[in-house]
Write a protein that binds this ligand. Sequence first.
Ligand SMILES: [Fe+2]
Ligand SMILES: [Fe+2]
Length: 390
Amino acid sequence: MTTVPDFTRPEVLTALAGEWIVPVQGNAVISWDYDTRNERMVRLYGQGKQRQWNMSDELDWDHEVDPDNPLGLPDDFISIAHSDLWQRLPESERAVVRRHSCGWLYSQFLHAEQAALVGVGKILVAVDELDSKLYAATQIVDEARHVEGFNRFLHTKIGLRYGLSPSISAMFEHAMAEPRWDFAVLAAHILIENMGLATFGQHRERLMDPLARSFSAYVARDEARHVAFGRLLLRDYYTQLSEPEIREREDFVVEGCWALRDRYVDDDIWNVLGYGEEAVKAARRSPAKREFRRLVFMRIVPGLKEIGMFGPRVQEGLKRMGVLGFQDVDEVALRELDDKAAVEALTRNDLAARRRDIAQHVALGKAAEDGSAEGGPGAGKAPADAPAAP
Ligand SMILES: [Fe+2]
Ligand SMILES: [Fe+2]
């Protein structure tokens, strides 16, 4: 492993200039009804409060990543890894591709997390039920923490930053410009966060870097709550809408699914690296992309079914995308698996943190014995071989 570079700022490779100004429409609603109206929402709010965690304390940010592959992405996550082009690349160039793939991927999460932070702000402002506003406040803190984490990882471990995929930015602009609040829930909670939940769940299991894996487990647990919030908000609400109103939502959902299926692509990497059309085409045909679709729609399709957004138009769209079969996925079993995996990962992390604490105390005790407890080199720090989070 080579020395970890000191990234003071990530190299910004593609980005929108300055700020991204998005017009917002909708009402701000203050509720005078302070009674509990939604027990399930109140329980979720309780979980949201109880399961807060501090990015700086819980993760081992001193851990040194492999600078050539900071997330430890397995090659089957690299979208050109199946191609002739990949076969022709020398190992040194493959290392560049791995690092850029990490940078592109975490940049998408970073920007999408900021969009979620802002989008949930709009939902909090616009929903009329106080129970939902209170829960949304906890999600805003969650999203702030996610922005903090992805930004920190990109700054200190990867050193690259790409712009946001147009497939996500177009969906966000549409949802923010729409005065009806539930479009923001459809975009954020039903489409993007189901995509996030599936991806983080996969990362929790498959990434080779322990810091990235632990981070994914924590974020996945938060995202599972967010997806549940979207379901609670929309399930009852959609039974009250007229047929033309439902049709508008169906059009939005089908368009959003096409965007995720066909337009969420990493062309930017191949343009930045100068690999050109051969790589762009190979990436679009890649088995990694097929696997991504499988995972993403495995969560999105049951989510749509559960909120009643599953009329003939939606089913026809999903069928044309080749993902309708996911309607039979046992979502309850998947959620139980999520919970179990997250608890296991967090327990491992807890153990590692306790081991680090013990190592720190031993080091302090030893420094005190040596008479060098105050200001001595290494005082108050864990030994270099203290176990890292698994
Ligand atoms: Fe998030
Ligand atoms: Fe989220």
